[in-house]
Design a protein around this ligand. Structure first.
Ligand SMILES: NC(=O)c1ccc[n+]([C@@H]2O[C@H](COP(=O)([O-])OP(=O)(O)OC[C@H]3O[C@@H](n4cnc5c(N)ncnc54)[C@H](O)[C@@H]3O)[C@@H](O)[C@H]2O)c1
Length: 290
């Protein structure tokens, strides 16, 4: 199926950059949000990011201008949905919001339209039954920052059709990404599960007294070639993010193995969340050493 018009729902950190990735490769994109302020912020941030790319010679000024000319920003979902061939939903990570959006998109979009979610944690089967087209519901999971990161996970649910997977893979390739297909859905998908396994083992080693934060990070960088160690990465993304993800998983499964670890819980209770608070596993204040 020929995809020409993309609808991106949600203009936050992910939606705005996903829209630009699509527009840069010649697709017509509509970005819809509930909040005018978010749409304005998205445009301002994209402007300065693309201006930097032009200044660094990564893209031409005409390429930038053509890409912006292909994107429309607005708050009229019904009008935008009417002409969409492919929807990428990147709204807030709340299941009820996504289910309501998918039900609405199902009513508003043409029959052939594929409804994809960029959700990091909700698998297709959590959302597909809110629509009358579960065969055309799929996860198309980008990584942050979407303009830079090349991997896109394409996750099929039990009802996702082969044609939907094939079209999503084609679209990912067309916009210059490297699709990774999951043949069966699993929360966390592939990349984040691998990342979380390393993080959890790092915390076990620390809590067991086997090695220090610095030693574990050094091993990850110098023996495994990771660009940063698991503790440095937690400080960068925010220790609270992993804490809340684990807590949510525990609330779902009731399995004590899914609970956040002792040391992470202590950090969160003390408000030591990483770089954003000045202290996490390392100290980032003036007198700090990291
Ligand atoms: N941030 C990441 O690192 C990352 C990475 C991969 C995937 N994701 C996923 O992408 C999605 C968006 O994440 P984000 O970080 O861009 O969030 P964000 O909070 O930056 O942006 C969410 C946007 O959605 C808008 N929104 C909320 N409800 C809406 C609705 N009903 N209709 C239209 N717009 C609505 C909000 O106004 C906001 O602008 C989430 O599902 C998240 O799991 C995030």
């Amino acid at each position: 199926m020929e995809i020409t018009r993309i609808l991106v729902v949600g203009s936050g950190a992910m939606g705005s950059q996903i829209a630009m990735v699509c527009a840069l490769t010649g697709l017509e994109v509509s970005v819809q949000d509930l909040a005018e302020a978010s749409l304005e912020k998205a445009q301002t941030e994209l402007r300065s990011r693309m201006d930097r790319s032009v200044a660094k010679g990564r893209i031409g000024a005409d390429e930038r201008d053509l890409a912006f000319a292909r994107i429309t920003f607005g708050t009229d979902l019904p009008a935008a949905a009417k002409g969409a061939d492919f929807v990428i939903e990147a709204a807030v990570e709340k299941l009820e919001v996504k289910r309501e959006l998918f039900a609405e998109l199902d009513r508003l979009t043409p029959e052939h339209t594929i409804l994809a979610t960029n959700s990091s944690s909700f698998v297709p089967s959590k959302i597909a039954d809110a629509t009358s087209r579960p065969d055309r519901v799929v996860n198309m999971h980008f990584f942050n920052p979407a303009l830079v990161m090349r991997c896109v996970e394409v996750v099929r649910g039990p009802q996702t059709s082969d044609a939907t997977v094939a079209t999503t893979v084609e679209l990912a390739e067309r916009i210059g990404k490297l699709p990774v297909v999951l043949d069966k859905e699993i929360p966390g998908f592939v990349a984040n599960r691998l990342l979380n396994a390393v993080r959890d083992e790092a915390i076990r080693l620390l809590e067991g007294g086997y090695a220090s934060v610095e030693a574990i990070d050094t091993a990850a960088r110098t023996a495994l070639g990771h660009p940063m160690g698991p503790f440095e990465l937690m400080d960068l993304t925010g220790i609270d993010i992993g804490y809340h993800t684990k807590q949510a998983r525990y609330d779902e499964t009731g399995d004590p193995a899914d609970l956040p670890s002792r040391s992470v819980t202590e950090k969160v209770e003390r408000g030591e969340l990483g770089r954003k608070t000045g202290t996490g596993w390392y100290d980032y204040t003036e007198q700090g050493d990291h």
